[in-house]
Design a protein around this ligand. Structure first.
Ligand code: NJP
Length: 237
């Protein structure tokens, strides 16, 4: 049987590159996101399955999961940042978006797919957090707190799943050239360029290659946490 990988947030960036990589490595890849038109083009290219998914919506997650007969790999990738502001000026809608997408999105998907991952006999959960999951920086508390929480959720599973056939890998990237900064600044490319000035960013395929490596380890090898930075980025994920 061909193993199945689910990639959330596969309509752009890291998720899209990861879907391509896992398909090339022999997985049947199920791609989920809200922009279904993009998913359908991708699924056709890689011979996978496109399914609408909003990780912030209980019903959408339930519908997505209900049509999947088997899942060996879950890539919790859907996420991102909104805004950059001091705590004193925090925009509650931005915070809600970040917590709903990164934290509760990962919770919904992981909880819903855990039985299938265990049933596969060799499950793998990869969560894409951030270097922001290990640091704080001025004006970034909304995103850093959400990524910390997503990381805590993911890391807590290691103990809770002890004895079950599921491996867990957290991948914490620094700056990657994707639509991330456009989403963060509502399409303001100048603002995005200003914030990431001086950093030669990673590209999505850099992260996808690492995920391919993780997924191809023998079943007794569990790669715990991988922090991936552009050479010139010390902080500020
Ligand atoms: O960003 P982008 P990345 N339900 O914007 C999807 C982390 N990271 O690839 O729904 C379902 O190109 C959205 O799809 P759509 C970052 O926090 C990045 O860089 O169609 N999907 C799109 O496919 C995130 O966790 C950097 O709009 C939802 C995807 O998410 C991961 O890397 C640095 C959704 C985002 O793709 C991938 O982001 C870092 C929802 N409700 C961590 N909302 C970086 N790029 O610099 C969004 O430290 N999506």
């Amino acid at each position: 049987t061909i193993p199945t990988a689910v990639v959330t947030g596969a309509s752009s960036g890291i998720g899209e590159a990861t879907a391509r990589k896992l398909a090339a490595d022999g997985y049947h890849v199920v791609v989920g996101a809200r922009r279904v038109d993009r998913l359908e083009t991708l699924a056709e290219e890689i011979g996978g399955t496109a399914l609408a998914l909003d990780v912030t919506d209980d019903d959408s997650v339930a519908a997505f999961v209900s049509v999947l007969p088997r899942v060996d790999v879950l890539i919790n990738n859907a996420g991102g940042a909104k805004g950059l502001a001091p705590v004193a000026d925090a925009d509650l809608d931005d915070w809600r978006w970040m917590w709903e997408t990164n934290v509760l999105g990962t919770l919904r998907m992981t909880r819903a797919l855990l039985p299938k991952l265990i049933d596969s006999g060799n499950g793998l959960i990869v969560s894409i957090t951030s270097i922001a999951a290990f640091e704080t920086y001025d004006n970034g508390a909304g995103y850093t707190s959400a990524k910390h929480a997503q990381g805590v959720l993911h890391r807590t599973l290691r103990g809770e799943l002890l004895g079950q056939p599921v491996r867990l890998t957290e991948i914490a990237p620094g700056a990657v050239e994707t639509e991330f900064s456009l989403v963060r600044f509502d399409g303001d490319a100048d603002r995005a360029a200003e914030v990431y000035q001086g950093i030669d960013p990673l590209v999505a395929a850099d992260i996808a290659e690492i995920i391919g490596f993780v997924a191809s380890r023998p079943s007794h090898v569990d790669l715990d946490t991988i922090v991936v930075r552009p050479r010139d980025q010390a902080s500020g994920g």
